[in-house]
Each structure stands twice: as C-alpha cells, then as structure tokens.
Design a protein around this ligand. Structure first.
Ligand code: TYD
Ligand code: MG
Length: 457
C-alpha cells in the first residue's frame, strides 16, 4: 500500500543539496546562507509489486527508430547550427541566460518560425500575459502561423494542454516561473525546478514532443537552481553577450545529439534578433588597434572560424596574492599562462594584478586563445601596442613552447580576409601543413619567447 510521508529539510538554493537541519554554510557547494526550509512529500509503498510489472520492457536495438534523423528546423540558420541542425524530437533543451538578454525574444522568434512552416507550437509562459507576448510578437512581425499561447504558472496546466494538443514543439518560459503540485515548495526553488524538469522530460520522452525551457542564470554564471537541472536536460545552450554592444552569442554547453562548440551570433535590433553574417567583423568593430594590452585571436568554434579581440590590463598589486580576473577564458588558463611567463620567460608578472577580457561576451574554450592572451598581457605590462595587423593562435605548453592548433591554414585565410597582415601559429611538425599555412599568410614560432619578440619588437 502506498503511503505519503512528509518531512522538513533545509535545501541549498544554489546546488540543491538537502541537510536535515539549518546550517550557515552548504556542505555541497560551500555557499553561505543559502539553506531554505522546504517540506518534502514522499510516497512509500510496496516496491515488490512495482518491479514485477515493468512499464518499460527491453526492446531489440534494431527495432528502435532514431528520432535524431527527424530534426525539426527552426528555419533560422544561426539557431539551427547551434542545435546541430534543428531540435530533436523528444529532447529537452535548456536555454539559459541573464534576465533581459533576449531569451524570450529568441524563443518566440524560433517558435513563430516553426509555426509558419505549418507545424504547431505551444508557447507556455509564466512570466508574461498572453497580451504581452502578443505585443512582442507584433513588434517582431511574427505570429501568423499555428502558434498557441498559454499563460500559466502551473506545470499541470502546461502538461494537460500539451497532451491534448500534441504540438510539434513545447516551449516553457521560464522554468523558474512554473511550479508543480507534486512539490509544495515555491516556484524557482531547487526542488520545484527539479520536479518540473523531471515531468517535462518524462513528457518529452513519452510523446516525442521536443521541449525547450528557458532559465535565468545567477550572477556568477551558474543556472539558478540546482546544477541537477543541467543533468536533467539533453541540451544546454547559453545566450550571452554585452547589453551595450547589441551582440548576442548563443553557445552550446551540453548536447546529447551534436557538437557543443557551435556558436550562433545575433544582433538585438528594434524588431528582434537577427543573425550576424560576419561575426569577426562585428567582434573587431570596437577595437583600438594602437592600444597596449590588445591582441587578436584567430579561433575555430565548431564549423566556423571566428576572430576576436583579447584585452589584458596589468597593474602593480599591493595585495599579498595579486588578483587574476578572467572573463571569456578559463581562470585556470590565465594562471597557466602567467606561470609560464614568470617561470620560463622571467617576465615579472607575479606581483601584478592581471585582468583579461574577451569583449563581446564570447566564452572561449579553445586553447588557441593562450598565445593571444600571453601577448596581450606582455603588451600591457610593457605599455606597448602589438605590431599592427597581427593575429595569433597557439596553445602555450608548460615548457614555454607553442603547440600547434587545428586548421591553421583556415585561420590564416580568415585573418587575411579581415585585412590582418600576419598570423602567428605555433610549431608545425608536418612539413606540408607548414608550407600551406605559410602560403596562406601564417608565420610559425616554436617558443612563446619568440612570438613575444616578433609581436612586440
Ligand atoms: P527578453 O527576450 O525579454 O529577455 P529575457 O527573456 O532573456 O529576459 O528581451 C528583453 C530585452 O530585449 C529588452 O531589454 C528589450 C530588448 N528587445 C529589443 O531590443 N528588440 C526587440 O525586438 C525585443 C522583442 C526586445
Ligand atoms: Mg523572458
């Protein structure tokens, strides 16, 4: 016989880990004052009977159809690319980003585009009224197709309507504003987010309807609520950018059905988000070429090559442990580069505060960014601009060597297209590749010291 039991626990609003009593610091993520009281309801019952009647019998692998081949295109190339060609039936995607960055705008444009192609979309929002969404749709000049709006905060309403309609896409804007009756915590709390994500995922798998949920991120870039949300979904996309520039970047962080390093570049206009055809030009638009501390990085993100500025600022520190701040690159990469500069090249960076930034809001995961970061730091330290028209792409090794990166020739071509005069690449052991890269305008440096000499002489 199933029984219900309730108990009170204290749950961390950052990581979702529960403690039996209130504590000042969370044992999971070590955040302070994040524990909140919640009541948990649990059903206990006979497990034996549940096990004997399996609801999901095993199926022969050859009998399973792969829905991935039936991706639904958004008809929006920038968005399709990041999704790996479109949204996969039965998948759950989390579209995360800062409040006000443009998640609702992007997802409404995408929904309308799908609806215009003759497929039905259920757009359920807990953030706005139907009239508000309609006004936005009018501003965007969309909304003539099979697009249905629902304004509710109850997950059960969303699921009932979705079961009835069987749309081609279900959008829930946002996961923080819906609540399930199965959990009596408030909307937006970790247990609610977890419960809702679980139910939506179950719905998607059962019906093959793809689900896209939006979610706000916290100040430090984490997705508000439990990290568990990232595990509960199939695809995690992050919409970022700098509110001042109007550039918006959509980057994948997890994709069970495709590559995660694809990048979508948009511009926020009066009438919504528009794909940017030449992102490198947009990234370099505000660069002051003669400024010390500025370098150009030639990157390959997914299937596209992209050129960005890297800025560094060094200043003598009066702290026992100087500050290292990295935006757009991993702090651990910055630490590595500084250690190499200090130990291998005897460049005095250990008593400097160092700030590194990739303007435009791109989060770079490619190690090709190492060399441009090192060049920008030394340029700032010496207060001397880098040679005009110079781009760079190489990974810095712990011995101070420059390791080669993939697709050097392509990067050199892209640099030339942008009017840059040279691209510094690392050691290239393959003779043939080396000559091809040279012919495309690259020069090779085996060691970081050499590249600094080249860029700052
Ligand atoms: P929104 O999609 O509501 O952000 P989110 O859902 O991530 O919170 O976007 C809000 C911002 O976008 C707001 O500052 C207004 C701006 N915006 C435009 O510049 N052009 C437009 O066409 C739209 C719809 C919004
Ligand atoms: Mg919104």
């Amino acid at each position: 016989m199933a029984r219900t039991r309730t108990k009170t626990v204290y749950e961390c609003s950052e990581c979702g880990i529960a403690a039996p009593q209130w504590e000042g610091q969370c044992r999971g993520c070590e955040a302070w004052n994040t524990l909140k009281e919640v009541t948990q309801t649990r059903s206990t019952g006979s497990i034996g009977r549940a096990v004997s009647r399996s609801a999901s019998p095993a199926v022969l692998i050859s009998d399973i159809s792969t829905d991935t081949s039936r991706r639904i295109s958004f008809g929006f190339p920038e968005l399709d690319r990041v999704f790996g060609g479109g949204v996969v039936p039965g998948s759950v995607t989390l579209l995360a980003g800062d409040p006000g960055i443009g998640k609702s705008t992007l997802i409404l444009q995408a929904s309308a585009s799908i609806a215009d192609s003759g497929l039905s979309v259920l757009y359920s929002t807990g953030e706005e009224s139907g009239a508000q969404v309609k006004m936005r749709a009018e501003r965007l000049g969309v909304g003539s197709g099979d697009l249905y709006l629902q304004s509710t905060n109850r997950l059960e309403d969303v699921l009932t309507e979705a079961e009835r309609m069987k749309p081609s896409l279900l959008v829930v804007d946002s996961i923080q504003t819906v609540a399930s009756a199965a959990s009596d915590s408030l909307a937006g709390t970790p247990s609610q987010i977890q419960a809702c994500a679980g139910s939506l995922s179950e719905f998607a798998k059962k019906t093959s309807v793809p689900v896209i949920v939006t979610g706000h991120v916290t100040k430090d870039g984490g997705i508000a609520g439990p990290r568990l949300l990232e595990h509960a979904v199939d695809v995690v996309l992050h919409l970022g950018g700098e509110s001042t520039s109007g550039l918006r970047l959509l980057q994948g962080f997890k994709n069970r059905y495709g590559a995660t390093n694809e990048l979508g570049v948009f511009e926020m206009r009066e009438n919504g988000l528009k794909g940017v055809g030449d992102p490198s030009k947009a990234f370099l638009a505000h660069r002051r070429a003669s400024a010390p501390g500025s370098a150009i990085a030639s990157l390959v993100e997914g299937t596209r090559s992209i050129t960005v500025e890297v800025q560094a600022l060094t200043s003598p520190s009066n702290l026992p442990t100087p500050r290292r701040v990295a935006t757009g690159i991993e702090t651990s990469r910055l630490h590595l580069i500084l250690a190499v500069l200090s130990r291998r090249l005897r460049i005095p960076v250990s008593d400097q505060d160092v700030i590194v930034n990739v303007p435009g809001g791109l989060r770079v995961s490619e190690t090709a960014i190492d060399l441009p970061v090192a060049l920008a730091i030394v340029s700032s330290l010496r207060d001397k601009p880098l040679k005009a028209g110079l781009a760079a792409a190489a990974e810095v090794g712990l011995g101070g060597e420059l390791r080669p990166v993939q697709q050097g020739e392509r990067r050199a071509r892209e640099s030339a297209r942008l009017g840059l005069t040279s691209l510094i690449l690392g050691r290239q052991p393959d003779q043939e590749a080396r000559s091809r890269e040279k012919a495309a305008g690259a020069q090779h440096c085996d060691m970081l010291a050499e590249a600094i000499e080249e860029g700052l002489s």
